[in-house]
Design a protein around this ligand. Structure first.
Ligand code: FAD
Length: 289
Protein backbone atom coordinates (compact mmCIF):
# COMPACT_ATOMS: atom_id res chain seq x y z
CA UNK A 1 0.00 0.00 0.00
CA UNK A 2 1.24 3.48 -0.83
CA UNK A 3 2.28 5.99 1.82
CA UNK A 4 -0.05 8.87 2.55
CA UNK A 5 0.24 12.56 3.19
CA UNK A 6 -2.71 14.04 5.06
CA UNK A 7 -2.11 17.82 5.10
CA UNK A 8 -4.05 20.01 7.52
CA UNK A 9 -4.54 22.88 5.08
CA UNK A 10 -4.58 23.58 1.35
CA UNK A 11 -1.38 25.60 1.77
CA UNK A 12 0.35 22.58 3.26
CA UNK A 13 -1.06 20.35 0.50
CA UNK A 14 0.35 22.65 -2.18
CA UNK A 15 3.78 22.67 -0.51
CA UNK A 16 3.82 18.86 -0.43
CA UNK A 17 2.73 18.78 -4.08
CA UNK A 18 5.59 21.17 -4.98
CA UNK A 19 8.25 19.27 -3.07
CA UNK A 20 7.37 15.58 -3.57
CA UNK A 21 6.23 13.38 -6.46
CA UNK A 22 2.76 12.56 -5.11
CA UNK A 23 -0.60 11.47 -6.56
CA UNK A 24 -3.57 13.54 -5.35
CA UNK A 25 -6.49 11.45 -4.13
CA UNK A 26 -10.04 12.61 -3.34
CA UNK A 27 -12.66 9.84 -3.13
CA UNK A 28 -10.31 7.25 -4.66
CA UNK A 29 -13.16 5.73 -6.71
CA UNK A 30 -11.23 6.07 -9.98
CA UNK A 31 -7.70 5.87 -8.64
CA UNK A 32 -8.08 2.59 -6.76
CA UNK A 33 -9.89 0.97 -9.67
CA UNK A 34 -7.14 2.05 -12.08
CA UNK A 35 -4.42 0.54 -9.85
CA UNK A 36 -6.27 -2.59 -8.74
CA UNK A 37 -4.32 -5.87 -8.76
CA UNK A 38 -6.92 -8.51 -8.00
CA UNK A 39 -8.92 -9.99 -5.15
CA UNK A 40 -7.41 -9.53 -1.70
CA UNK A 41 -4.46 -7.46 -2.91
CA UNK A 42 -4.11 -3.74 -2.17
CA UNK A 43 -3.88 -1.44 -5.21
CA UNK A 44 -0.36 -1.07 -6.63
CA UNK A 45 0.44 2.64 -6.44
CA UNK A 46 4.09 3.58 -6.89
CA UNK A 47 4.00 7.09 -5.42
CA UNK A 48 2.79 8.46 -2.08
CA UNK A 49 -0.80 9.67 -2.08
CA UNK A 50 -1.76 13.23 -1.20
CA UNK A 51 -5.20 13.22 0.38
CA UNK A 52 -7.32 16.26 -0.51
CA UNK A 53 -10.84 15.05 0.28
CA UNK A 54 -10.86 16.40 3.86
CA UNK A 55 -9.52 19.90 3.09
CA UNK A 56 -12.14 22.47 4.11
CA UNK A 57 -10.94 24.85 1.36
CA UNK A 58 -11.85 22.20 -1.25
CA UNK A 59 -15.21 21.31 0.33
CA UNK A 60 -16.87 24.73 0.16
CA UNK A 61 -19.56 25.95 -2.23
CA UNK A 62 -19.83 29.73 -2.81
CA UNK A 63 -23.01 31.22 -4.30
CA UNK A 64 -23.10 34.31 -6.51
CA UNK A 65 -25.78 35.93 -8.70
CA UNK A 66 -24.48 34.54 -11.97
CA UNK A 67 -22.28 31.60 -10.95
CA UNK A 68 -21.42 29.18 -8.20
CA UNK A 69 -17.98 28.01 -7.20
CA UNK A 70 -17.80 24.38 -6.13
CA UNK A 71 -14.79 23.08 -4.22
CA UNK A 72 -13.06 20.25 -6.09
CA UNK A 73 -13.61 17.80 -3.21
CA UNK A 74 -17.30 18.43 -2.49
CA UNK A 75 -18.89 14.97 -2.63
CA UNK A 76 -21.57 14.35 -5.24
CA UNK A 77 -24.24 13.65 -2.61
CA UNK A 78 -23.93 17.24 -1.31
CA UNK A 79 -24.30 18.66 -4.83
CA UNK A 80 -27.28 16.45 -5.59
CA UNK A 81 -29.08 17.74 -2.48
CA UNK A 82 -28.38 21.41 -3.27
CA UNK A 83 -31.08 23.06 -5.38
CA UNK A 84 -28.83 26.00 -6.17
CA UNK A 85 -26.62 23.69 -8.26
CA UNK A 86 -27.71 23.89 -11.93
CA UNK A 87 -30.39 21.32 -12.71
CA UNK A 88 -28.47 19.77 -15.58
CA UNK A 89 -25.43 19.04 -13.40
CA UNK A 90 -27.64 17.45 -10.74
CA UNK A 91 -29.37 15.40 -13.44
CA UNK A 92 -26.00 13.91 -14.40
CA UNK A 93 -25.05 13.23 -10.77
CA UNK A 94 -28.39 11.51 -10.10
CA UNK A 95 -27.38 8.89 -12.68
CA UNK A 96 -23.72 8.65 -11.73
CA UNK A 97 -22.64 5.41 -10.00
CA UNK A 98 -24.87 4.67 -6.97
CA UNK A 99 -25.68 6.49 -3.69
CA UNK A 100 -22.85 5.01 -1.58
CA UNK A 101 -20.25 5.91 -4.17
CA UNK A 102 -21.69 9.42 -4.53
CA UNK A 103 -20.76 10.04 -0.87
CA UNK A 104 -17.09 9.62 -1.81
CA UNK A 105 -16.73 10.62 -5.48
CA UNK A 106 -16.06 14.23 -6.41
CA UNK A 107 -16.30 16.60 -9.38
CA UNK A 108 -12.56 17.22 -9.06
CA UNK A 109 -11.85 13.50 -9.49
CA UNK A 110 -14.25 13.18 -12.43
CA UNK A 111 -12.50 16.09 -14.20
CA UNK A 112 -8.89 15.09 -13.45
CA UNK A 113 -9.51 11.46 -14.40
CA UNK A 114 -10.33 12.93 -17.84
CA UNK A 115 -12.40 10.07 -19.18
CA UNK A 116 -14.38 11.01 -22.33
CA UNK A 117 -17.29 9.21 -20.61
CA UNK A 118 -17.08 11.19 -17.33
CA UNK A 119 -20.72 11.95 -16.63
CA UNK A 120 -20.48 15.15 -14.62
CA UNK A 121 -17.95 16.62 -17.06
CA UNK A 122 -20.47 16.70 -19.91
CA UNK A 123 -22.78 19.31 -18.25
CA UNK A 124 -19.73 21.30 -17.14
CA UNK A 125 -18.78 21.65 -20.82
CA UNK A 126 -22.33 22.75 -21.69
CA UNK A 127 -22.27 25.33 -18.90
CA UNK A 128 -18.82 26.73 -19.88
CA UNK A 129 -17.32 25.86 -16.50
CA UNK A 130 -13.84 27.04 -15.60
CA UNK A 131 -11.38 25.26 -13.35
CA UNK A 132 -9.32 26.92 -10.64
CA UNK A 133 -5.82 25.46 -10.53
CA UNK A 134 -3.48 26.37 -7.72
CA UNK A 135 0.19 25.91 -6.95
CA UNK A 136 2.28 27.54 -4.20
CA UNK A 137 3.10 30.37 -6.59
CA UNK A 138 0.08 30.85 -8.84
CA UNK A 139 -3.71 30.58 -9.17
CA UNK A 140 -5.03 30.26 -12.72
CA UNK A 141 -8.50 29.85 -14.21
CA UNK A 142 -8.71 27.48 -17.16
CA UNK A 143 -11.81 26.63 -19.23
CA UNK A 144 -12.64 22.96 -18.71
CA UNK A 145 -12.12 22.33 -22.43
CA UNK A 146 -8.51 23.47 -22.09
CA UNK A 147 -7.82 21.52 -18.91
CA UNK A 148 -8.86 18.17 -20.43
CA UNK A 149 -6.53 17.50 -23.37
CA UNK A 150 -7.30 13.85 -24.24
CA UNK A 151 -8.42 10.53 -22.77
CA UNK A 152 -6.83 10.39 -19.30
CA UNK A 153 -4.80 13.54 -20.00
CA UNK A 154 -4.98 17.05 -18.55
CA UNK A 155 -2.89 20.20 -18.62
CA UNK A 156 -2.68 20.19 -14.80
CA UNK A 157 0.89 21.03 -13.75
CA UNK A 158 2.94 18.60 -11.65
CA UNK A 159 2.86 21.13 -8.80
CA UNK A 160 -0.83 22.05 -9.15
CA UNK A 161 -4.10 20.94 -7.62
CA UNK A 162 -7.57 21.49 -8.99
CA UNK A 163 -9.12 23.50 -6.17
CA UNK A 164 -12.53 24.63 -7.46
CA UNK A 165 -14.90 24.70 -10.40
CA UNK A 166 -16.58 27.96 -11.40
CA UNK A 167 -19.97 27.14 -12.91
CA UNK A 168 -21.98 29.92 -14.64
CA UNK A 169 -25.70 29.80 -13.80
CA UNK A 170 -27.54 29.71 -17.13
CA UNK A 171 -30.23 32.34 -17.64
CA UNK A 172 -32.36 33.77 -20.46
CA UNK A 173 -35.10 36.40 -20.60
CA UNK A 174 -37.57 33.62 -21.50
CA UNK A 175 -35.98 30.99 -19.26
CA UNK A 176 -33.70 28.09 -20.07
CA UNK A 177 -34.27 24.61 -21.40
CA UNK A 178 -31.96 21.84 -20.12
CA UNK A 179 -31.66 18.38 -21.62
CA UNK A 180 -29.60 15.53 -20.15
CA UNK A 181 -29.58 11.90 -21.20
CA UNK A 182 -27.20 9.10 -20.26
CA UNK A 183 -27.24 5.85 -22.18
CA UNK A 184 -25.84 3.01 -20.07
CA UNK A 185 -26.29 -0.73 -19.68
CA UNK A 186 -28.30 -0.34 -16.47
CA UNK A 187 -29.48 2.46 -14.19
CA UNK A 188 -26.82 2.29 -11.44
CA UNK A 189 -23.06 1.74 -11.41
CA UNK A 190 -22.83 1.74 -15.20
CA UNK A 191 -20.42 3.96 -17.10
CA UNK A 192 -21.95 5.76 -20.07
CA UNK A 193 -22.07 4.29 -23.53
CA UNK A 194 -22.64 7.94 -24.39
CA UNK A 195 -24.33 10.99 -22.91
CA UNK A 196 -25.59 14.43 -23.89
CA UNK A 197 -25.95 17.64 -21.89
CA UNK A 198 -27.55 20.57 -23.69
CA UNK A 199 -28.69 23.97 -22.50
CA UNK A 200 -30.71 26.48 -24.50
CA UNK A 201 -31.30 30.06 -23.43
CA UNK A 202 -34.67 31.40 -24.52
CA UNK A 203 -35.35 35.02 -25.48
CA UNK A 204 -38.33 37.20 -24.50
CA UNK A 205 -40.49 35.88 -27.32
CA UNK A 206 -39.63 32.28 -26.47
CA UNK A 207 -37.16 32.04 -29.35
CA UNK A 208 -33.88 30.21 -28.83
CA UNK A 209 -31.23 32.87 -28.18
CA UNK A 210 -28.30 30.47 -27.84
CA UNK A 211 -27.62 26.80 -27.27
CA UNK A 212 -24.77 24.65 -25.96
CA UNK A 213 -24.59 20.93 -26.78
CA UNK A 214 -22.00 18.66 -25.15
CA UNK A 215 -21.68 15.01 -26.16
CA UNK A 216 -19.82 12.50 -23.97
CA UNK A 217 -18.06 9.25 -25.02
CA UNK A 218 -18.27 9.95 -28.75
CA UNK A 219 -14.82 11.55 -29.20
CA UNK A 220 -11.45 11.62 -27.34
CA UNK A 221 -12.81 14.39 -25.10
CA UNK A 222 -16.34 15.67 -24.50
CA UNK A 223 -17.41 17.22 -27.81
CA UNK A 224 -18.76 20.72 -28.42
CA UNK A 225 -19.05 22.60 -31.69
CA UNK A 226 -19.79 26.29 -31.32
CA UNK A 227 -20.12 26.62 -35.07
CA UNK A 228 -22.93 24.04 -35.15
CA UNK A 229 -24.52 25.43 -31.98
CA UNK A 230 -24.83 28.80 -33.76
CA UNK A 231 -27.36 27.13 -36.10
CA UNK A 232 -29.61 26.20 -33.15
CA UNK A 233 -31.05 29.69 -32.73
CA UNK A 234 -34.25 31.46 -33.65
CA UNK A 235 -37.87 30.42 -33.84
CA UNK A 236 -39.07 26.79 -33.99
CA UNK A 237 -39.62 27.32 -37.72
CA UNK A 238 -35.97 28.33 -38.15
CA UNK A 239 -34.80 25.36 -36.09
CA UNK A 240 -37.05 23.02 -38.10
CA UNK A 241 -35.51 24.36 -41.30
CA UNK A 242 -31.96 23.85 -40.01
CA UNK A 243 -32.63 20.47 -38.32
CA UNK A 244 -31.25 18.05 -40.92
CA UNK A 245 -28.18 20.23 -41.54
CA UNK A 246 -27.47 20.35 -37.77
CA UNK A 247 -27.90 16.59 -37.40
CA UNK A 248 -25.67 16.01 -40.43
CA UNK A 249 -22.99 18.18 -38.84
CA UNK A 250 -23.06 16.20 -35.58
CA UNK A 251 -22.96 12.91 -37.54
CA UNK A 252 -19.68 14.14 -39.06
CA UNK A 253 -18.27 15.64 -35.87
CA UNK A 254 -18.50 12.57 -33.65
CA UNK A 255 -15.63 10.06 -33.83
CA UNK A 256 -16.65 7.28 -31.46
CA UNK A 257 -14.74 4.06 -30.84
CA UNK A 258 -15.73 0.41 -30.39
CA UNK A 259 -15.07 -0.79 -26.84
CA UNK A 260 -16.48 -3.19 -24.26
CA UNK A 261 -19.39 -0.86 -23.52
CA UNK A 262 -20.65 -0.17 -27.05
CA UNK A 263 -19.88 0.03 -30.75
CA UNK A 264 -18.88 3.12 -32.71
CA UNK A 265 -21.87 2.71 -35.03
CA UNK A 266 -24.35 2.54 -32.12
CA UNK A 267 -22.79 5.58 -30.45
CA UNK A 268 -22.93 7.67 -33.64
CA UNK A 269 -26.56 6.74 -34.35
CA UNK A 270 -27.76 7.33 -30.79
CA UNK A 271 -25.81 10.60 -30.42
CA UNK A 272 -27.54 12.01 -33.51
CA UNK A 273 -30.92 10.77 -32.27
CA UNK A 274 -30.40 12.45 -28.90
CA UNK A 275 -29.54 15.77 -30.57
CA UNK A 276 -32.72 15.32 -32.63
CA UNK A 277 -34.71 14.78 -29.41
CA UNK A 278 -33.21 17.96 -27.93
CA UNK A 279 -34.17 19.94 -31.05
CA UNK A 280 -37.69 18.48 -30.95
CA UNK A 281 -38.08 19.48 -27.31
CA UNK A 282 -36.78 22.96 -28.09
CA UNK A 283 -39.30 23.41 -30.86
CA UNK A 284 -42.01 22.39 -28.40
CA UNK A 285 -40.70 24.63 -25.63
CA UNK A 286 -40.42 27.78 -27.74
CA UNK A 287 -43.68 29.58 -28.48
CA UNK A 288 -44.85 28.84 -31.99
CA UNK A 289 -46.11 31.99 -33.79
C1 FAD B 1 -18.62 1.26 -9.16
C2 FAD B 1 -18.24 2.57 -9.84
C3 FAD B 1 -19.18 3.21 -10.62
C4 FAD B 1 -18.85 4.39 -11.27
N1 FAD B 1 -19.80 5.01 -12.02
C5 FAD B 1 -19.51 6.15 -12.67
C6 FAD B 1 -20.48 6.79 -13.50
O1 FAD B 1 -21.62 6.34 -13.63
N2 FAD B 1 -20.11 7.92 -14.15
C7 FAD B 1 -18.85 8.46 -14.03
O2 FAD B 1 -18.57 9.50 -14.63
N3 FAD B 1 -17.91 7.89 -13.24
C8 FAD B 1 -18.21 6.76 -12.55
N4 FAD B 1 -17.25 6.15 -11.78
C9 FAD B 1 -15.93 6.76 -11.69
C10 FAD B 1 -15.71 7.69 -10.46
O3 FAD B 1 -16.56 7.37 -9.38
C11 FAD B 1 -15.88 9.19 -10.79
O4 FAD B 1 -15.08 9.54 -11.89
C12 FAD B 1 -15.56 10.10 -9.60
O5 FAD B 1 -15.99 11.40 -9.91
C13 FAD B 1 -14.08 10.16 -9.26
O6 FAD B 1 -13.93 11.04 -8.15
P1 FAD B 1 -12.95 10.69 -6.95
O7 FAD B 1 -13.04 11.81 -5.99
O8 FAD B 1 -13.21 9.34 -6.42
O9 FAD B 1 -11.54 10.70 -7.74
P2 FAD B 1 -10.17 9.95 -7.36
O10 FAD B 1 -10.27 8.51 -7.69
O11 FAD B 1 -9.73 10.30 -5.98
O12 FAD B 1 -9.19 10.68 -8.39
C14 FAD B 1 -9.35 10.55 -9.79
C15 FAD B 1 -8.18 11.26 -10.49
O13 FAD B 1 -8.22 12.65 -10.23
C16 FAD B 1 -7.03 13.10 -9.57
N5 FAD B 1 -7.51 14.11 -8.61
C17 FAD B 1 -8.57 13.99 -7.77
N6 FAD B 1 -8.79 15.16 -7.13
C18 FAD B 1 -7.84 16.03 -7.57
C19 FAD B 1 -7.55 17.41 -7.30
N7 FAD B 1 -8.29 18.14 -6.44
N8 FAD B 1 -6.51 17.99 -7.96
C20 FAD B 1 -5.77 17.28 -8.83
N9 FAD B 1 -6.00 15.98 -9.15
C21 FAD B 1 -7.02 15.36 -8.51
C22 FAD B 1 -6.42 11.85 -8.98
O14 FAD B 1 -5.00 11.97 -8.86
C23 FAD B 1 -6.81 10.80 -10.01
O15 FAD B 1 -5.92 10.84 -11.11
C24 FAD B 1 -17.55 4.95 -11.12
C25 FAD B 1 -16.60 4.31 -10.30
C26 FAD B 1 -16.93 3.13 -9.66
C27 FAD B 1 -15.92 2.45 -8.81
Amino acid sequence: MANWYRPATLEEALSIRAEHPVIPIAGGTDLYVRHRRGNGLPPAIDKPLLSVSHLTELRAVAYHDDHITVGAAVPYSDLLADERVPEILRASIAELAAPALRNAGTLGGNICNASPAADAVCPLYALDAECELRSTTETRMVPIEELITGPGRTSLGEDELLTAIRIPLPSGAGGIHSFYRKVGTRRANALSKLSIAAVARLGEEGEVASAAVALGAVAPTVLRSRETEASIVGTPVAIDAARERILGAYRELVSPIDDQRSSAAYRREVAVNLVRQFLDELAGESHRP
